[in-house]
Write a protein that binds this ligand. Structure first.
Ligand SMILES: Cc1cc2nc3c(=O)[nH]c(=O)nc-3n(C[C@H](O)[C@H](O)[C@H](O)COP(=O)(O)OP(=O)(O)OC[C@H]3O[C@@H](n4cnc5c(N)ncnc54)[C@H](O)[C@@H]3O)c2cc1C
Length: 91
């Protein structure tokens, strides 16, 4: 299997190089905020918030899921820490 990057992929990698700090901060913050907010949405609606008859539980599941792919929150925190301190704890 050819594992080399295509020209488009390589161009993308070069365009985003140097922005790891901002990307990690944005992804981790947005997905964790969405998880907090949708969790509160369930809380406000009590037991009804847990039923499938209302969108609150689906919104929470969707938001919670987004903290996993494309770098988990923990990994983004490690990336951010590396960018800020120069210490690489990603092993
Ligand atoms: C809906 C969805 C779509 C996906 N799409 C794709 C895709 O298109 N392409 C693709 O390649 N992958 C895809 N994935 C996989 C996704 O990128 C991985 O699930 C994700 O990177 C986490 O890796 P893992 O599941 O191996 O968990 P692990 O790496 O085993 O992590 C398990 C837990 O340990 C934590 N953890 C791991 N290492 C550390 C550390 N050093 N310090 C602190 N905590 C740590 C993680 O944050 C996580 O909470 C997708 C996943 C989902 C849920």
């Amino acid at each position: 299997m050819d594992l080399r990057y295509t020209d488009d992929q390589q161009a993308y990698r070069e365009a985003v190089r140097g922005f790891a700090d901002e990307v990690s901060r944005a992804k981790a913050y947005a997905t964790e905020a969405a998880t907090r907010v949708t969790s509160l949405g369930i809380q406000v609606h009590g037991a009804m918030g847990l039923t499938r008859g209302y969108p609150a539980e689906k919104l929470f599941r969707d938001a919670r899921m987004l903290t996993i792919p494309d770098g988990t929150t923990e990994i983004h925190k490690l990336v951010l820490g590396r960018e800020l301190t120069g210490i690489n704890a990603l092993h």
